[in-house]
Design a protein around this ligand. Structure first.
Ligand SMILES: Cc1cc2nc3c(=O)[nH]c(=O)nc-3n(C[C@H](O)[C@H](O)[C@H](O)COP(=O)(O)O)c2cc1C
Length: 511
């Protein structure tokens, strides 16, 4: 009987007029792609902040929803009992992203991939071809962006000390992390809202990385559901999961259940963003759009103040009170290896080791957390100097400003097992899976045309045109090694780097 009642409910026809009556905080409905949901209480839980939910309460949110979420995500995240019925008439074309998320220049100006010979070229193309919203979001950093800049520039302070006459013709870039061997030490740095780059978002990323002998770190705030992304990987392919610990108890419990079910190789808990930082490029963009909307119609909520703006209010999905005891508890409850993402000093690397984490992920959120935080490669040098046993006893990965194969080699010589890239994968995704394979060195067999806003199809790639892995292999060979197990500090001149290494005041003792 109950089932029948639910079925009736789900098929109930709702008019726009009826939908528009449900706008109170205690009674909120919203239509997404023809389905009307009861979303009462959801505004405060929405990872993208309450403003957008309030703006579309009692209306059809398909346009903004489809610009950053997969069609199935709502079905996965809401309970069946929240389904009120079906909208009698659709207000918007739910297949097309809205104007401010379309990237028209991707259709006309995107050059052939083979014109891009390094990741700096890719960034230039991204700035030219992405729309204002996507570019502000991807390229932005906190405040003045000093840490973002330093992340890359500090790699230049490290000089190579190549060895010669070492028979380097056959080279491989394999690395082993937690008992799994990958063909390359290069992974994605987990990042939210990838659909702003391409409609296939994490699906394309997962496929491209897996095909390149790497794997995906699935972000908490993905555009596709975790289950959809795992299905895009080959059967039994290892994957990682980046976790933002939610301040909402029910949401956290649901997440723990999901993690115990999907069992990633490790949970990477992001700890460097306890509150949302000031992202000025986003704020400028959002204020401008809010003004435009105000000028063209009455119904708009403007984002102001500390909690304002999508970029800053996204902090509702992050617990500002996360502490080491919560992390320990998560480790014990899930039984899944934990890495701490956002380690920025030797003291915290030691703390992670002390509570039994399996890995540290050195990161400063690509300069999107505390601006003027020290660059990540300096943190790696600090750990190497003050608690070198961490590099032996834990898995160490690093991100931030890595743009060249030689940067990857330098990080590995200093003791990292893997290196992650954030923004370059967003930019590669302008070309979908093909772009990911291009920077990872893996040929692409074109699928049937199905993209809805990247309509430009490029010629097939040839092996010698491929970017990052090729640069890594070349850097290794020019330094006289053929395997990453031969990478060592002696291949580097780190004098300029070590000059800036801090001496921690009170390093907890190992015992
Ligand atoms: C647009 C964008 C979104 C991001 N979203 C997340 C996220 O959801 N979770 C997270 O842990 N890190 C996130 N990050 C940080 C990345 O994981 C990574 O630390 C950073 O991008 C590395 O620097 P890079 O972009 O210079 O390679 C994001 C970074 C960018 C650029």
């Amino acid at each position: 009987m109950r089932l029948l009642a639910e079925l009736d409910m789900a098929e109930r026809k709702i008019t726009l007029e009826e939908l528009s009556q449900h706008v109170k905080d205690t009674d909120t409905w919203m239509a997404i792609n023809g389905t009307v949901w009861d979303i009462t209480g959801f505004a405060e839980l929405h990872p993208g902040g309450p403003d957008i939910i309030q703006e579309y309460s009692g209306g059809d949110a398909s346009g903004p929803y489809n610009s950053v979420h997969s069609l199935k995500l709502a079905e996965k995240n809401f309970e069946a009992s929240q389904k009120i019925g079906v909208l009698e008439a659709k207000c918007v074309d739910d297949k097309l992203p809205t104007e401010n998320t379309r990237n028209p220049r991707l259709e006309t100006d995107l050059p052939d991939l083979d014109e891009i010979i390094n990741l700096n070229d890719l960034e230039v193309v991204a700035e030219k071809c992405l729309n204002e919203r996507s570019w502000a979001y991807f390229s932005g950093a906190s405040n003045d962006g000093f840490t973002k800049l330093d992340n890359s520039e500090y790699y230049r302070k490290i000089l190579l000390r190549p060895r010669v006459a070492r028979a380097v013709q056959d080279v491989n870039t394999r690395t082993k992390i937690l008992d799994d061997v990958y063909d390359t030490p290069i992974f994605n740095a987990p990042a939210s809202l990838m659909m702003l780059a391409h409609p296939d978002a994490e699906m394309a990323l997962a496929k491209g990385l897996a095909a390149s002998g790497s794997t995906i770190i699935i972000p908490t705030l993905s555009s596709f559901s975790t289950e959809e992304i795992i299905e895009a990987l080959p059967a039994d392919h290892p994957f990682y999961f980046q976790l933002y610990v939610s301040p909402n108890e029910a949401a956290l419990e649901k997440m723990i259940d999901t993690l115990c079910k999907i069992r990633p190789k490790a949970i990477m808990i992001t700890a460097d963003l306890p509150i949302f930082s000031k992202r000025e490029a986003n704020e400028r963009y959002e204020k401008r759009i809010a003004k435009q909307k105000l000028a063209s119609g009455p119904k708009v909520t403007t984002a102001t103040g500390k909690k304002g703006g999508q970029a800053r209010s996204a902090g509702v999905s992050i617990d500002p009170n996360l502490c080491w005891s919560n992390i320990k508890c998560l480790k014990e409850r899930t039984g899944i290896p934990i890495f701490i993402k956002g380690i920025q000093c030797a003291e915290d690397a030691m703390q992670a080791w002390k509570i039994g984490c399996k890995g540290i992920y050195i990161s400063n959120h690509g300069g999107r957390a505390a601006d003027t935080a020290q660059p990540t490669i300096l943190t790696l040098a600090e750990i190497r100097l003050h608690c070198p046993f961490i590099l032996e006893e834990m898995e160490v990965i690093i991100d931030g400003g890595v743009r060249r194969g030689s940067d990857v080699l330098k990080a590995i010589c200093l003791g990292a097992k893997g290196v992650c890239l954030g923004r370059p994968f967003f930019y590669a995704l302008m070309y979908g899976e093909e772009g990911v394979r291009y920077i990872m060195q893996c040929e692409f067999k074109r699928p049937p045309a199905h993209f809805y806003f990247v309509q430009v199809f490029k010629p097939r790639l040839t092996a010698e045109l491929l970017v990052l892995k090729d640069e890594l292999e070349t850097a290794m060979q020019l330094c006289g090694i053929t395997s990453l197990s031969e990478a060592h500090i002696g291949l580097l001149n780190t004098k300029a780097l070590y000059r800036d290494v801090e001496t921690p005041g009170s390093l907890p003792s190992k015992l």
